[in-house]
Design a binder for this molecule. Structure first.
Ligand code: GUN
Ligand code: ZN
Length: 446
């Protein structure tokens, strides 16, 4: 339907907090991309009888289908996708020098950038990632190609041109003045597009790539344009050692960012695997969120991030795939890995560490939206929010979830919750049959 006004009738699941998860059978109406109403089935039947729905496309879900909020990937590196699955036998700093910086350097070639980014955005939408917070590369023009791809394919995207001014073996860095100028131009260019799905993010790569002058300058730009900031924090023990060696006036890694005014409630830090007790207080006091990237932390042997400890310290946490430190570009995988890693910690003697599937589902949806400060717009099906959603068919043709017994004649909430559980543990992109971003259908395999 041209006006994109739709009513979905069937099961929908959502979180309203870490501990509050619900599965309901009812309806959700979407008008001009926004959720305008939701309610129970009998209320829908009344609306249908009253004839007020003539302008709407009515989508009736089957018993084995349900709607969930779109997945939020709080941290991934778009230029690193061609390296996915490669070089993961090395720890972080070696992996960056040998694999990552040489690849990212190639994005000087804008045509190459455009090609890769177009594929990345489409792949993530297919996987159900309706919102992604991206690191681009050092190159302004190349990173603008990522912005273009997100706009063309209608993905909600926060995009950062990566900043680096410290010398490295690959020669992958900028002179400070040039860097600050390009970041400001990048931010201005993205803001000038006035696209409501895409925003710029100021992106100092990490403390080992940026000196204090650059970091101070980036902080100023972020404040001037009220921009978000993203970076990496306390990912790997050797990294932390070097950061402290080169910043002897700082008592912890977080201090390096704090001294430049980087830490605020528009800032999201990836990893935070090895936070000190001081940092556990510092981050929430500044309103900083964390993108938890369990696949990458395991693959690069960075460590097991104690997510429960972060959550107990009142830090807002979302999930990140961190490709290509992470080997999988799906938030479904991040959900599972977050459960695994937190369970290992519990098995090693840290009580109550393990996340259950509903908590991991929250991190993948509302938690991610909160971490990116987008929870006024997305993260669940609250009336007034944008309709970013996945239509899931648990027994989709070709998928790997098989029916071993007949489905119930009539659906109920317990049955629906079991279906969702199976999808969380076993599902993949084949089960995600439709994807909506702000009410627009961006994938349709129904
Ligand atoms: N995982 C990861 N950590 C980083 N720290 C600095 N840069 C990177 C990166 O590209 N990936
Ligand atoms: Zn990263």
């Amino acid at each position: 339907m041209a006006n994109n006004n739709r009513i979905f009738v069937g099961t929908f699941a959502e979180s309203t907090s870490l501990t509050n998860f619900s599965v309901k059978i009812g309806y959700i109406s979407v008008l001009n991309g926004k959720i305008t109403q939701k309610g129970f089935i009998d209320e829908f039947e009344q609306l249908e009888k009253s004839g007020v729905l003539s302008d709407y496309e009515i989508i009736k879900l089957s018993k084995d289908q349900f709607l969930i909020p779109g997945f939020v990937d709080c941290h991934t590196h778009a230029p690193q996708f061609p390296n996915i699955g490669l070089g993961l036998d090395r720890p972080l700093l070696e992996w960056l020098a040998k694999y990552t910086f040489p690849l990212e350097k190639k994005y000087q070639d804008t045509e190459f950038a455009a090609k890769v980014y177009d594929q990345v955005v489409q792949r993530l939408l297919k996987n159900g990632t309706t919102t992604a917070c991206y690191f681009g590369s050092l190159h302004m023009e190349g990173t603008l190609e990522l912005v273009k791809s997100a706009i063309n394919h209608q993905q909600r995207a926060l995009v950062g041109k990566v900043s680096m001014n410290k010398i490295n073996e690959a020669g992958y860095y900028n002179d400070t003045e040039k860097e600050l100028k390009e970041v400001e131009t990048f931010v201005q260019t993205v803001i000038a597009l006035k696209n409501d799905l895409v925003e710029p993010v100021v992106t100092p790569r990490f403390a080992l790539s940026c000196d204090k002058i650059l970091m101070d300058g980036l902080s100023k730009i972020a404040n001037k344009y009220n921009c978000r900031i993203q970076s990496h924090l306390s990912e790997n023990l050797q990294e932390i050692e070097y950061v402290l060696e080169t910043n002897d006036n700082c008592k912890c890694y977080g201090d390096v960012y704090d001294k430049s005014g980087i830490l605020n409630n528009r800032c999201i830090m990836a990893h935070a695997v090895h936070l000190t007790d001081d940092e556990l207080k510092l981050l929430p006091s500044r309103g900083v969120s964390v993108a938890h990237c369990p696949a990458s932390n395991t693959r690069l042997k960075s460590g097991l991030c104690p997510v429960r400890r972060l959550l107990n310290a009142s830090i807002t946490v979302g999930l990140g795939t961190d490709v290509s430190g992470g080997d999988n570009a799906t938030i479904l995988d991040a959900i599972r890995r977050s459960m695994d890693v937190s369970t290992y910690l519990e098995l090693q003697g840290q009580p109550n560490s393990a996340l259950d599937w509903k908590e991991a589902f929250y991190l993948a949806t509302l938690g991610g939206a909160e971490a990116l400060n987008l929870d006024d717009k997305i993260g669940n099906f609250e009336v007034g929010k944008d309709f970013d959603a996945l239509l899931v068919d648990v027994y989709a043709k070709g998928g790997q979830i098989e029916k071993y017994k007949d489905t119930l004649e009539t659906t109920n909430e317990e049955y629906a919750s079991d279906l969702l559980q199976r999808f969380v543990f076993l599902g993949d992109d084949r089960n995600i049959v439709q994807v909506y971003v702000k009410g627009v259908k961006v994938k349709d395999n129904l």
